[in-house]
Design a protein around this ligand. Sequence first.
Ligand code: NDP
Length: 244
Amino acid sequence: MSAVLITGASRGIGAATARLFAQEGWDVAVNYNQSERAAQELVRELTELGVRACAIRADVADPAQAAALVEQAVRELGGLDALVCNAGVALSQQLLTDTTDEQWRRVFAANVDGMFYTIRAAAPYFVRQKAGRIITLSSVWGMTGGSCEVAYSASKGAVIAMTKALAKELGPSGITANCVAPGVIATDMNAHLDEESLNALRQETPLERIGTPEDVARAILFLAGPGGQFLTGQVLQPNGGIYM
Ligand code: NDP
């Protein structure tokens, strides 16, 4: 059995990823921050699939909580083979000039600091076992930049650079680091988009639809599984072709 820790797995892409990994027989540590009930319901559902699963509360933007999260996941699952750094936040669309210091910090704290703290805690464990798969979540906006999404785009660009640097640093220890950069996916993060905006996005997308959390989960599972053995430092883009 293999074991995975997924940050921000109480909802959206993280929850779909937890379900898919469990369906494939992985033991799963479900990290959440505020959505305790959703995380616990998900763990119940995963356990019914016959795998080991646990819910662990931690704000990944806090270094002590991120370190404790990794430690508890290793303890409860009896090991760790993959880490999916999925927890993230976005602001509502706004001009850079309307973005406050607090908003900028909040986005970077969750999206960049959180990954740094979590990976820093997990890396020594992976190095000791000379194996491990690290998968980070960026975004199409981290590749192209999004108007009125400057803070979010900058944070997701940082994720790509961090992942590539890690791939070089950790490759000699048998560890891969890859990034998944989804296009527009139907989750709470995009719940503010009205039908007109969604239609415009569909028209821009060669596959003519908005992505599902499962579309992204399949890309993450691929990188964690046998298909990802010789892939590192890559950015896989489940985005329907909206950017290529
Ligand atoms: P959701 O808003 O649906 O869910 C976000 C998840 O992240 C929740 O489980 C939330 O936990 C968790 N989270 C947020 N901040 C923290 C924190 N500080 N510590 C721990 N957990 C935290 O987002 P999505 O599922 O849409 O997005 C998941 C990832 O994919 C994000 O990194 C996002 O940037 C990226 N992405 C999303 C796209 C989309 O279109 N939806 C497109 C491209 C990338 P809780 O509720 O328990 O607080």
